[in-house]
Design a protein around this ligand. Structure first.
Ligand SMILES: [Zn+2]
Ligand SMILES: [Zn+2]
Length: 447
């Protein structure tokens, strides 16, 4: 290393780059999301990355792990406490209230695909900046809404080709029936407190429900015999839950009743659910999670308005798709023509030539950095193009170009001004390559 060479700057821990070779997954997933959600009348919304920290204190809850440990917050020069959003629901509800969406026909169905930030311990598929698809239905408390949200979640994973995951579902009641459950849970864990981890000893005082979320073995063990919310549901909540399950039965969405699933956020009421890979139940590999939040909008200063929604981590979905060897289409179309450029004058004339191919709907490629004919033809071969066009100094001077049929190696010299029409004609002539709409090109997989 030479003296004075600067130290290379690394990415911030837990932050990751999405490299070109992974973009095909992002594009594929985004297309599937748009297609499915817009069919079910969800409209896209984008909210800022930065919000007042108070938004999350009042919604997600100050004692939650997300706010107490994982939130990125800071004071601005003007003295405001801001936070990078750790989740999307609070911001969407804020936007709903601030933009007067409460006067629109209800329910208001929204989705976003945005980066979230949590200062969490990085692990496979889990980053400190990560992307979430967030789906919300605001303004309708009915069972059908929860069932539709779960149905759409299930169908989304199915449309991505993911297999072997289960819908885990529970009801955590509401402010009417939950207090009795919390009391029973406190009594239970108090008598088991010596087995709890230090975090859960604090949770026992502050938010006993979260003990059920703890991943420590001893706490999981202690949770096994604990009371179940389903036994404490009042009639209204019990009926609501029963109807959600009936809707799912009708829609043939298989589910597993998970009596100890509570989800880690303060704002949930009644239905909570997660989609978890079958073989990994209990681990942290939840693909998608959500629930109903009938009090959140009130908590954030709005009128009493029910809501329900879920979020899905895109990075984890990609990891699951790779694990299951799911093929996604490559970005870009299969080129039909490769332009071999030899020398300065041909290189200068190549750009307008490329543009005329693009306008004619013919996908052309070249390799500007290569100078030898051999290396360029090798690339043409690898791309599987039907024709190589060889454009050297002599041809540039004469206004001609050499066309080479890759399969046979047969070459002939043509006038440069006719080349686009000629290629068009030849591509049509043989069944080897059918020229169709640009859409057909798009779906043509690269070999
Ligand atoms: Zn209730
Ligand atoms: Zn614990």
């Amino acid at each position: 290393m030479s003296k004075g060479k600067s130290k290379q700057i690394q990415s911030v821990r837990g932050m990751h780059d999405i490299l070109p070779e992974d973009q095909k997954y992002w594009r594929y997933i985004q297309k599937k999301i748009e297609h499915l959600l817009e069919y079910y009348s969800f409209e896209r919304i984008s909210t800022p990355v930065l919000e007042f920290a108070d938004l999350f204190n009042r919604s997600v809850g100050e004692s939650s792990d997300i706010v107490s440990k994982e939130i990125y917050s800071f004071k601005t020069k003007g003295g405001d406490m801001l936070a990078l959003r750790p989740e999307a629901t609070a911001g969407i509800v804020r936007a709903y209230l601030e933009n007067g969406m409460n006067v629109r026909p209800h329910p208001v169905k929204l989705y976003c695909i945005e980066p979230m930030f949590r200062h969490d311990e990085p692990q496979a598929g889990r980053y400190r900046q990560f992307y979430q698809l967030d789906v919300e239905t605001i303004g309708d408390g009915s069972e059908a809404v929860d069932a539709e949200l779960i149905f759409v979640a299930y169908k989304l994973l199915e449309s991505l080709g993911l297999k072997n995951y289960d819908v885990h579902i529970n009801s955590i009641g509401d402010q009417n029936c939950r207090p009795a459950y919390i009391k029973a849970l406190k009594d239970y864990f108090r008598s088991h407190s010596k087995n709890l981890c230090s975090n859960c000893k604090i949770r026992l005082k502050e938010n006993v429900l979260r003990i059920l979320d703890c991943k420590m073995e001893d706490c999981k063990e202690a949770s096994k015999g604990s009371p179940q919310m389903v036994d404490f549901l009042d009639d209204a909540c019990r009926l609501h839950f029963k109807h959600v399950l009936e809707f799912l039965d009708e829609a043939e969405v298989p589910y597993i009743l998970n009596p100890h699933m509570v989800r880690g956020l303060d704002y949930y009421t009644r239905t909570v659910f997660e989609l978890i890979p079958s073989e990994n139940a209990g681990s942290q590999s939840t693909l998608l999670a959500g629930g109903r939040y009938d009090r959140l909008i009130e908590q954030l200063g709005g009128a009493k308005t029910p809501g329900s929604g879920w979020a899905m981590g895109i990075e984890r979905i990609i990891l699951a798709m790779k694990d299951q060897n799911i093929n996604v289409p490559e970005i870009g179309s299969k080129p039909k023509v490769f332009l071999v450029q030899l020398g300065e004058a041909p290189k200068r004339k190549a750009l307008p030539l490329f543009e005329s191919f693009r306008k004619a709907g013919i996908e052309a490629k070249s390799s500007l950095g290569r100078d030898s004919i051999k290396s360029q033809l090798r690339i043409a071969h690898r791309l599987g193009v039907r024709f190589a066009l060889i454009f050297g100094q002599k041809e540039a001077l004469d206004g001609t170009i050499i066309i080479r049929e890759m399969d046979t190696g047969v070459q002939e010299t043509l006038l440069l001004e006719n080349i686009v029409d000629e290629i068009k004609k030849r591509l049509k002539e043989k069944p080897l390559a059918v020229v169709g709409s640009s859409k057909e090109y798009e779906e043509d997989p690269v070999k």
